[in-house]
Design a binder for this molecule. Sequence first.
Ligand SMILES: Nc1ncnc2c1ncn2[C@@H]1O[C@H](COP(=O)(O)OP(=O)(O)O)[C@@H](O)[C@H]1O
Ligand SMILES: [Mg+2]
Length: 229
Amino acid sequence: MISFRNITKIYNLSKEPIVALKDVSFEIEKGEFVSIVGKSGAGKTTLIRLLIGEEKPTSGDILFKGESVPKMNLREIQLLRRKIGVVYQDYKLLKKKNVRENVSYIMEVIGAPRRSILRDVPQILEIVGLENRQLNFPAELSGGEKQRLAIARALCHRPEVIVADEPTGNLDVYNTFEIIELLKKIHSFGQTIILATHNKDIVDNLEKRVITLSKGRVVRDDPHGEFIL
Ligand SMILES: Nc1ncnc2c1ncn2[C@@H]1O[C@H](COP(=O)(O)OP(=O)(O)O)[C@@H](O)[C@H]1O
Ligand SMILES: [Mg+2]
């Protein structure tokens, strides 16, 4: 479903070029739950930005369902981003909209009919366990609840992949556990999940595939991996 082929990404903003990714290759199949792990600066976020077409690789190719992401035009990138739902460490919620509106707004923007918005929003909020918080604003939610709302927003495009970039970076142990359990539940519905994290405990407990990045290179790719660096 996803194929990285000899991807190198060099940032050339300053005099010293930064090699963020170096000759990275891997395949991810539909329905997999893959963790991308590595220390801060290893290249995890860069990898995600390349996957969703926010950055172009310096060399190499990325295929999403056979289509080259770096060759996509703006319209194709927009469509790609409906197929790949991304969740970030800092949630990226709409502060002035309540829980229900945070989800329904996204569906309105993509032109979903009112009927399906009314049907889908409560369903999605129930999956993430926010059915009793529909009228609350983001400021009234705990960190874990904010991240669950961010996941609800990512789900409402009915994406083919959910990508989570350090989704538990701002959360305590209890809320971290809840978010990982939620990702596992979504995975059990058949969703492909990519989780980027530097948190060793999460990854070791998942017992799923682990791709380890170190200084921009893939140094391990274990089917039931642990986080070893
Ligand atoms: N927009 C950018 N411009 C220049 N350098 C960047 C940019 N984004 C990331 N980098 C550099 O690329 C490397 C990888 O960063 P990143 O992908 O954010 O790693 P991670 O998410 O694993 O912490 C780091 O050295 C970082 O400083
Ligand atoms: Mg990062």
